[in-house]
Design a protein around this ligand. Structure first.
Ligand code: ATP
Ligand code: MG
Length: 607
């Protein structure tokens, strides 16, 4: 069923199949992992049950996890569909190869992080159907717990002559870094002795120097063709209160230094990131080698692999830009059903299964490309078609009066009708509703003068009211403005659906309807794409200019009585109309039905 999370990710590193997971399309990451497993590259690693340095890990047994991957978000916003791709990828690989995937908060930057985001990330990963808990430990890891080790690692680099404290101004540093065509120039502080550097670094840590007055830099090669190897900064002074460590530290590690260390302490084998980190890989490897040499980290070290981030048309996937939509009130919040955030997609009616299917279908590649939004919608449709209960609703109601009802059916008679919950799942049973003299139909199902190919209601034409009788249209009433106020028809007796006479009259049209006697009024939110620009932020455009001014229309619809009792988050196919979900926030079962359009029955965007 769509509401149940998909299979757990196999947090327990048990019983891995020797053979690669059958039936999954291969990709370059799977090939690397299969190669590494076959070669036994990580078979000698130990795991002491928790992250730690070489000395700690050797106290443990051989790691029962055949591989370790990680999903390392920075808790500075809500996760979006791009993160969903990364979650499905990392947790999926661990599951498929008998490994473990760690959830790790990359919270080394003290200023931007918040526990609200931490909680939302935990919820999102769980909801997607994954689990990071391991025997004796079900808390996610957090990078800030490793600050102590990172500081030790920095001192070890200094002692071995691999790092120095640079007191150039930021401008001087930038100017002396050179560029692609020009080698950098050594800092005048580069030739300090390890003892001098160590003393200086300890002063930095003790708070003896101002923010920004000096940094610790790795000492590598100021002439390297890879600018990231021109003595990158690894520690800076920043007096800021950290959400986990408070005011313990006034120096913080740079991301490029912290991230490989986090991976290594957690015994990660395959550290998978997006392509923009490709240029950082040589530094990643350099740092791992130095810290293994120093005896601080266990060998073999983790390796970094890059894949193309998800770019999805008609949305933006940058936490900063999504935050701007929220703070500028362009949407109702992070969970606005038009948002590509995981909470937004969930409220829109997306299911864990549909997002997992999406991640699998788009695959992983080494080159950037755009995925069309309709691919995502197609995955939802595929999931909901098999699982969503059917119902009838009328979004733009006009009354249909069956003028001969009293003489054919008997005055005041209500005719019981029933329809399957799902056409392919008879075991789910039926829904019941009634037809009387008056029913609601879609305004667009009547035409006074029908265009060619129109088979629904027009004077003289016969159609079936789905699950009910065949009727013949006789005309309509209009108001002073020419607006149709009532459509009239006569009921043809003995043609009810499911009775022997039902096929005695042939019709080309079948229309959906809701009884005036038992129909329930409901708010229906018709969502369209948030942006009308296919690539709202490409090429430095102001993405707010690409917003679709018609991305939300609120309708008062009439729905069949079963829908009044829908549970929040329950998904439906409104027959002929699309897939809808009872809004998780505003729908009140039994008293205030509110439905969101999740996705249409077919891809009709822009048509
Ligand atoms: P943003 O730019 O939206 O802030 P980010 O990359 O800074 O995103 P992180 O919290 O650092 O966000 O990301 C956590 C993980 O999710 C990283 O491993 C990152 O590579 C991955 N990720 C982020 N965006 C995408 C995307 N669009 N496609 C695939 N993976 C992504
Ligand atoms: Mg980031």
């Amino acid at each position: 069923m769509s509401n149940s999370p998909a299979a757990k990710s196999g947090a327990k590193p048990a019983a891995a199949p020797e053979a690669p997971n059958p039936g999954k399309p291969s990709n370059f990451l799977r090939q690397i992992i299969e190669h590494d497993l076959a070669a036994g590259i990580y078979a000698t690693r130990h795991w002491a049950g928790s992250p730690g340095d070489a000395a700690h890990q050797t106290t443990g047994a051989l790691d029962p996890a055949r591989i370790r991957t990680r999903f390392p978000p920075e808790p500075n916003g809500y996760l979006h569909v791009g993160h969903a791709k990364s979650i499905c990828l990392n947790f999926g690989l661990a599951r498929d190869y008998g490994g473990v995937c760690h959830l790790r908060f990359d919270d080394t930057n003290p200023e931007k992080e918040d526990t609200e985001y931490v909680n939302s990330i935990i919820d999102a990963v769980r909801w997607l159907g994954f689990d990071w808990s391991q025997p004796g430990n079900d808390k996610p890891y957090q990078a800030s717990d490793y600050f102590g080790f990172m500081y030790r690692a920095a001192e070890a680099l200094i002692e071995a002559g691999h790092a120095y404290v640079d007191e150039q101004t930021p401008e001087q540093m930038r100017a002396n870094r050179g560029d692609f065509g020009k080698p950098g120039i050594d800092s005048p502080f580069r030739s300090r002795t390890p003892a001098q550097n160590l003393a200086r670094f300890r002063e930095m840590r003790a708070g003896s120097h101002e923010d920004g007055s000096m940094v610790l830099r790795a000492k590598i090669d100021m002439a390297s063709p890879n600018i990231n190897l021109r003595d990158p900064a690894v520690y800076r002074i920043r007096r800021a209160t950290h959400h986990n460590t408070g005011d313990t530290w006034c120096i913080y590690p740079m991301y490029t230094f912290a991230h490989p260390i986090e991976d290594a302490l957690e015994q990660i084998t395959h550290s998978i990131c997006t392509l923009e980190f490709e240029d950082q890989r040589p530094f990643y490897d350099w740092l791992m080698e130095r810290l293994i040499e120093a005896g601080l980290l266990a060998s073999p070290p983790p390796k970094q692999y890059e894949f193309a981030r998800l770019n999805l048309t008609y949305v933006v996937t940058s936490k900063r830009k999504l935050a701007q939509l929220v703070y500028d009130h362009k949407v109702s919040g992070w969970d606005d059903p038009r948002m590509p955030t995981i909470v937004g997609l969930r409220r829109r009616g997306y299911t864990p299964a549909s997002l997992q299917l999406f991640a699998e279908r788009i695959g992983v590649t080494k080159s950037d490309s755009w995925i069309d939004y309709s691919t995502l919608e197609g995955c939802l449709r595929e999931d909901l078609d098999g699982s969503a209960q059917r119902a009838m609703a009328v979004l733009d109601p006009v009354k249909l009066v069956l003028t001969n009802w009293d003489s054919v059916m008997g005055a005041g008679t209500l005719d019981a009708c029933s329809a399957p919950m799902h056409p392919h799942h008879p075991e789910l049973g039926n829904r019941e509703f009634v037809m009387g003299r008056e029913v609601w139909i879609e305004r667009s199902d009547f035409e006074e003068t029908p265009p060619i190919g129109f088979f629904r209601l027009f004077p003289g034409n016969k159609v079936r009211l789905k699950y009910g009788h065949i009727i013949e249209c006789t005309g309509a009433l209009k108001d002073a403005n020419g607006q149709i106020t009532e459509v009239h028809a006569t009921l043809i007796s003995d043609t009810k659906s499911g009775t022997p006479g039902s096929s005695s009259v042939k019709v080309k049209g079948v229309i959906t309807w809701v009884g005036a006697h038992d129909g329930v009024s409901a708010e229906v939110r018709m969502y369209d794409r948030l942006f009308s620009d296919e690539q709202p932020d490409a090429g430095g455009k102001d993405f707010l200019e690409g917003l679709n001014p018609h991305s939300l229309k609120i309708l008062t619809a009439i729905v069949e009585p079963t829908l009044a009792n829908a549970l929040p988050d329950q998904k439906f196919q409104f027959e002929r109309l699309g897939y809808f979900v009872a809004d998780r926030v505003d729908h009140v079962q039994g008293s205030k039905p509110v439905f969101n359009l999740a996705v249409g029955l077919k891809d009709s965007f822009g048509k």
